[in-house]
Design a protein around this ligand. Structure first.
Ligand SMILES: *[C@@H]1O[C@H](CO)[C@@H](O)[C@H](O)[C@H]1NC(C)=O
Ligand SMILES: *[C@@H]1O[C@H](CO)[C@@H](O)[C@H](O)[C@H]1NC(C)=O
Ligand SMILES: *[C@@H]1O[C@H](CO)[C@@H](O)[C@H](O)[C@H]1NC(C)=O
Ligand SMILES: *[C@@H]1O[C@H](CO)[C@@H](O)[C@H](O)[C@H]1NC(C)=O
Ligand SMILES: *[C@@H]1O[C@H](CO)[C@@H](O)[C@H](O)[C@H]1NC(C)=O
Ligand SMILES: *[C@@H]1O[C@H](CO)[C@@H](O)[C@H](O)[C@H]1NC(C)=O
Ligand SMILES: *[C@@H]1O[C@H](CO)[C@@H](O)[C@H](O)[C@H]1NC(C)=O
Ligand SMILES: *[C@@H]1O[C@H](CO)[C@@H](O)[C@H](O)[C@H]1NC(C)=O
Ligand SMILES: *[C@@H]1O[C@H](CO)[C@@H](O)[C@H](O)[C@H]1NC(C)=O
Ligand SMILES: *[C@@H]1O[C@H](CO)[C@@H](O)[C@H](O)[C@H]1NC(C)=O
Ligand SMILES: *[C@@H]1O[C@H](CO)[C@@H](O)[C@H](O)[C@H]1NC(C)=O
Ligand SMILES: *[C@@H]1O[C@H](CO)[C@@H](O)[C@H](O)[C@H]1NC(C)=O
Ligand SMILES: [Cu+2]
Length: 569
């Protein structure tokens, strides 16, 4: 945490003067410096150099209270340009700091710095930050802890202490080379070599015994455990042997407590979990493994850490492992996810839009791209692609925010459709001609203040799978999920409009649908994409542009004095 950067203070002051309704900037100001640099790590008996923030994997934690603002100056001492995103932070009116590459900014060139103004508003709980360029987020990520505002408290027993566990992916190879090669051949990228908990694979893998992460606890204490899924390409089941998990928040919003033996957490999601150390003092495995219900290649290994009680006792000869559901057990996944309900209390109310003024129906599909040289590694000798409403997103080389704000033509078109080109049996066996998407940079324009509903419809094109869809700039209410095709007569009757969870990432069930609602009250340019990294690389993305309202308080903040330049390419 630093003290400098005069411009930050000027901007903070201006922010104080301007911020109105949707954000009260009455919180504290923090300054962080992030130094991006290469660092060597040895895991699985192999040493490699990875890009890190401040030499650590995972990177440093940002801790604030609800409503605070953090200025994070990212100094890029790495080898290539990249960007950082504050996942789940709404950043009211301030898309300038959101981060996705060529959506809200161009990469921070190596050898330069860029200060993000990260404005916290309604979030409370756990979020995270990560690189948002190529596959760099594999190693460039860390936790964001948002404590209750001063003079307020948790809506549950005050924990004795807290702990953060970040689930990650470890590749022996260079992550950006892996995705570049996959895009060049058209096939699936290599699967990871291990999963990690706080950077360590755990002793079920070779060469990981001495470095297995240990969480030390005192008997009788209750801990607030913050779990972040930073895995690249797999959703996960997570559990602790012999210990119940009481989930109290998801994506930095409180939920009605769920006591369970395991959770299903998708890449992009975060969960706050109460864990009471009430078992005989000993060692217990914490374990996490893939939930993949599609016919796709995935890493089926299990990462572990050890929950270790303090005190004098002899270590067990065998450490108990928790029972995790089978990798393809979508019933177990749904059993957990369908229990999640917003807390919806007087102190933590929710406000679900009921009069929908803008409805989008979006198909979420894996597709094929015609192979330029007729020998690609994907299905039918074509290349793999992915789409939303049959449009495979093409990332521009000038950021969309700059193009929108500055009126630069030719960067995007404002015609992302409200529905797919055809309605057919999306979850059936017969494949329609939508197998080949179009490739374009289409964005959806939304008027300020509209009450929006998006129905994500998973399809069985190429490979049906659960897709964790993530929206920047908002949290949204998950009002319904179901299997098969969404039916506009019967499906809405199953909606939960009483206490739907308020989240930023949601797994659209395999061959099923998910319906979300939110008020478009955050003007800006906001990326929406699958958080399985390979699907995003294949084009399972789009952008929502929420126009300005009719007042200064409902309009995008002016850009900061400096934004990283877009290079000619
Ligand atoms: C990262 O390292 C820099 C330079 O060594 C230091 O000034 C800064 O405080 C560190 N940041 C964090 C978040 O630890
Ligand atoms: C990593 O190790 C390689 C080989 O030993 C060495 O050349 C390189 O300088 C190291 N990099 C860093 C950042 O320490
Ligand atoms: C950060 O970048 C700004 C804008 O390019 C530059 O003026 C400043 O000197 C840089 N500061 C540091 C500490 O590198
Ligand atoms: C890990 O190392 C310890 C100490 O060297 C040893 O006692 C233990 O058996 C090892 N465990 C495994 C799973 O290899
Ligand atoms: C876990 O929760 C279940 C259901 O609430 C309860 O029956 C069981 O005793 C709990 N187990 C532990 C170890 O606390
Ligand atoms: C896990 O996947 C590997 C291939 O990556 C396969 O050889 C192995 O049989 C699988 N194990 C299980 C338990 O499915
Ligand atoms: C799912 O929940 C149902 C009832 O709540 C239970 O009967 C079933 O065993 C559970 N299945 C799994 C895989 O947990
Ligand atoms: C972003 O734009 C720059 C040029 O400004 C280009 O070099 C880079 O490849 C683009 N990134 C992506 C992901 O397309
Ligand atoms: C869609 O196809 C699936 C699989 O063939 C079938 O089970 C389902 O009944 C079909 N749905 C409709 C509405 O035709
Ligand atoms: C796809 O579905 C549309 C609408 O039902 C239909 O017009 C079109 O012929 C279908 N294409 C194929 C290849 O089946
Ligand atoms: C929706 O469900 C109703 C009632 O079951 C049924 O009559 C109708 O055909 C369904 N619509 C579609 C498009 O499948
Ligand atoms: C400004 O927009 C709000 C809705 O966001 C609307 O209620 C109000 O009437 C508008 N005011 C003017 C002057 O257009
Ligand atoms: Cu996906």
């Amino acid at each position: 945490m630093g003290k400098y950067n005069n411009m930050s203070w000027v901007l903070a002051f201006v922010g104080f003067m301007l911020l109105g309704g949707i954000c009260k900037a009455n919180g504290a100001i923090y300054n962080y410096d992030f130094v991006l640099r290469e660092e060597n790590f040895t895991k699985l008996c192999t040493t490699k150099s990875i890009l890190t923030v401040n030499g650590s994997f995972p990177g440093p934690t940002i801790t604030v209270r609800k409503g605070d603002t953090a200025f994070v100056n990212v100094h890029n001492q790495g080898l290539y340009g990249l960007t950082i995103h504050w996942h789940g932070v709404k950043n009211p009116r301030n898309p300038w700091s959101d981060g996705p590459e060529n959506i809200t900014q161009c990469p921070i060139p190596a050898g330069t710095n860029f200060t993000h103004e990260v404005i916290f508003s309604s979030e409370e709980g756990t979020l995270w930050w990560h690189a948002h360029s190529d596959w760099t987020r594999a190693t460039v990520h860390g936790a964001i802890i948002i404590l209750p505002a001063l003079n307020t408290s948790y809506p549950f027993v005050t924990p004795d202490a807290q702990e953060t566990l970040i689930l990650g992916s470890w590749f022996k190879g260079d992550v950006n080379e892996i995705i570049e090669e996959a895009l060049a051949t058209g096939g699936d990228p290599n699967i990871s070599d291990a999963f990690t908990i706080n950077g360590e694979p755990g002793d079920l893998y070779d060469c990981s015994n001495e470095t297995t992460y240990r969480w030390l606890v005192d008997y009788g204490k209750t801990y607030l455990l913050r779990v972040i899924n930073a895995v690249m390409n797999e959703e996960h089941f997570f559990a602790i042997a012999n210990h119940n998990l009481t989930v109290v928040a998801q994506d930095a919003a409180y939920i009605k407590p769920i006591t369970t033996s395991y959770v299903m957490i998708t890449p992009g999601q975060t969960m706050d979990i109460l864990v009471t150390a009430n078992q005989s003092p000993s060692h217990y495995y914490i374990a996490s493994t893939s939930f993949v219900d599609g016919d796709v290649a995935f890493n089926n290994s299990t990462t572990t850490a050890i929950l270790q009680y303090n005190g004098n006792y002899s270590a067990p000869s065998t450490i108990p492992l928790p029972n995790l559901p089978d990798h393809d057990d979508d019933t177990a996944a749904a059993n957990f996810t369908t229990q999640v309900r917003a807390l919806a209390s007087e102190e933590h109310p929710i406000s679900v839009p009921v009069n929908i003024s803008h409805r989008l129906f979006i198909t979420v599909s894996i597709n094929e791209r015609i192979c330029p040289n007729s020998s690609c590694d994907g299905p039918d000798n074509n290349a793999l692609a992915a789409s939303l409403n049959n449009i495979s997103f093409v990332t521009p080389s000038i950021d969309i925010l700059q193009a929108y704000y500055g009126g630069i033509n030719g960067v995007y078109t404002p015609n992302f459709p409200d529905k797919p080109p055809y309605f057919f049996n999306f979850t059936g066996l017969v494949q329609n001609n939508t197998i080949y998407p179009s490739f374009a940079t289409k964005v959806k324009m939304i008027k300020y203040g509209k009450e929006v509903e998006i129905i994500f419809q998973g399809t069985s094109m190429i490979a049906a799978e659960n897709h964790p869809m993530h929206l920047h700039g908002f949290s949204f209410y998950l009002v319904g999920t179901g299997s098969g095709n969404f039916n506009s007569t019967t499906s809405p009757k199953t909606y939960n409009l009483v206490d739907p969870p308020e989240v930023n990432t949601i797994g659209v069930p395999k061959k099923g649908w998910a319906a979300i609602r939110f008020v478009a009250d955050n003007p800006g340019v906001w990326y929406m994409h699958c958080h399985l990294e390979r699907h995003s690389s294949w084009g399972m993305n789009t952008v929502l542009i929420v126009r300005n309202g009719n007042t200064t308080e409902t309009s995008i903040l002016p850009p900061p004095a400096y934004m990283p330049p877009c290079s000619k390419s």
